[in-house]
Ligand binder design. Structure first.
Ligand SMILES: *Cc1c(COP(=O)(O)O)cnc(C)c1O
Length: 390
């Protein structure tokens, strides 16, 4: 991806961890004669449900988390005039899907410690039009789901979790995906904790929602191609029951997903090891380190986001430059939505309306954290930060 550079080699901020198991499985899927949604996709959905603990859950594989979020809100019946509460500190995909349906996202501020949506701000944003809440488990740390689910119940609101960062994340010992929200959506984009290149999974315990999402992910047809191919009834017959989308996952992608999911326990361990080392080795620097999970809970550590403390001798941008000069890639998660022209102008948003997210944005850097990096790679990052900030 990056141009070759003199030693030391460029260390990207993220890189997928793909081995022979994935490559062989993809090859087998390609040779199988069934490359689109078929047996591998079903296998991946079942493996995903089993990973989350099975009972009562259904997993619907799609070609992105964005597609999954769209299907979730569509299945919940969201439409023009409806409002959905979401954090400003997220990727635009979380709320662009609200606009697909003609509804309006109501952006709110985050908690300054966790950088997750602030339940107090959710309460303050509820109007008679509010239909749903979309928590985002920022970086892989669970939102306060007890508070969010209580607010939802009190006001009769739906909850769709954007769990793009949260595989695996627990809240009070329960895996995200198993909580009492309506739909939880995971991402398998290239830099997420497991990847299928592009892909996502929508998980629900409501059979009607699962059924609607399955129909709408493939043109609103009541039978998919694999179903027709393998069924005893005439193969050519199907009915279109709605103007659906083209959001199905391919078997090529699902083959990769099955192998990545099998490696997830090792991936988690590696990410936790790296996060713990950063925590230890960066503690003396003028940085706010990312919040850790409560005792007994799992942080997925999709991201490791450091924040420069107020009054630090260097600027955030100078730190990014200093790391870049030393061959280290970084990112910023995120330019908050209230600063992007579309959201800012459409809803007349200003930074002053989101003081916590805005201050965090101005101070934050995502530093390299991926399973394929070595401890020596990480030592370079640590050393560089000590040089730049020391
Ligand atoms: C990656 C991401 C998405 C979108 O995932 P895709 O699979 O790329 O559609 C949505 N929300 C958040 C918070 C993300 O990080």
């Amino acid at each position: 991806m990056q141009a070759p550079s003199p030693s030391p080699p460029f260390l990207p901020f993220a890189r997928p961890d793909i081995g022979d198991a994935e490559i062989n499985a993809v090859g087998a899927a390609m040779r199988s004669g069934w490359v689109t949604t078929g047996p591998k996709t079903k296998e991946f959905e079942q493996a995903f449900t089993d990973y989350l603990g099975g009972q009562g859950l259904q997993s619907v594989a799609v070609n992105s988390a964005t597609a999954g979020l769209h299907l979730a809100l569509e299945a919940l019946g969201l439409g023009p005039g409806d409002e959905v509460i979401a954090p400003t500190l997220t990727f635009t995909a979380t709320v662009e899907v609200v606009r697909y349906l003609g509804a309006d996202p109501i952006l709110v501020d985050v908690d300054p410690v966790t950088l997750n949506i602030d339940p107090v701000k959710i309460r303050a944003a509820i109007t008679p039009r509010t239909k749903a809440i979309m928590p985002v488990h920022y970086g892989g740390l669970a939102c306060d789901m007890d508070a969010i689910l209580a607010i939802a119940q009190e006001h009769g609101l739906k909850v769709v979790e954007d769990a793009a960062h949260a595989l695996p994340t627990t809240w009070c010992g329960t895996l995200v995906g198993q909580l009492q929200s309506d739909v939880t959506v995971f991402s398998f984009y290239a830099n997420k904790t497991i990847t299928t290149g592009e892909g996502g999974m929508a998980v629900t315990r409501d059979p009607a929602l699962a059924q609607r999402m399955r129909v709408m992910r493939l043109h609103g047809m009541n039978r998919d191609a694999f179903d027709r191919f393998t069924s005893k009834t005439p193969a050519w017959y199907y009915e279109v029951v709605a103007p659906g989308f083209k959001y199905n996952m391919t078997d090529v992608a699902a083959a990769m997903g099955v192998e990545q999911l099998a490696r997830l326990p090792q991936f988690v361990e590696r990410r936790q090891h790296l996060a713990a080392r950063y925590h230890e080795q960066l503690a003396s620097l003028p940085l706010t380190l990312p919040a850790i999970a409560p005792p007994g809970d799992t942080h997925a550590w999709h991201l490791y986001v450091i924040r420069l403390k107020e009054g630090a001798a260097v600027t955030r941008d100078a730190v990014i430059q200093g790391l870049s000069d030393r061959g280290i890639g970084t990112s910023v998660h995120y330019v908050p939505l209230h600063r992007h022209p579309y959201w800012r102008d459409r809803y007349q948003l200003t930074p002053a309306m989101f003081p916590q997210a805005d201050a965090a944005y101005q101070a934050m850097i995502s530093i390299p954290l991926f399973t394929a990096m070595t401890d020596a790679d990480q030592d370079r990052v640590i050393h560089a930060l000590h040089e730049v900030l020391g």
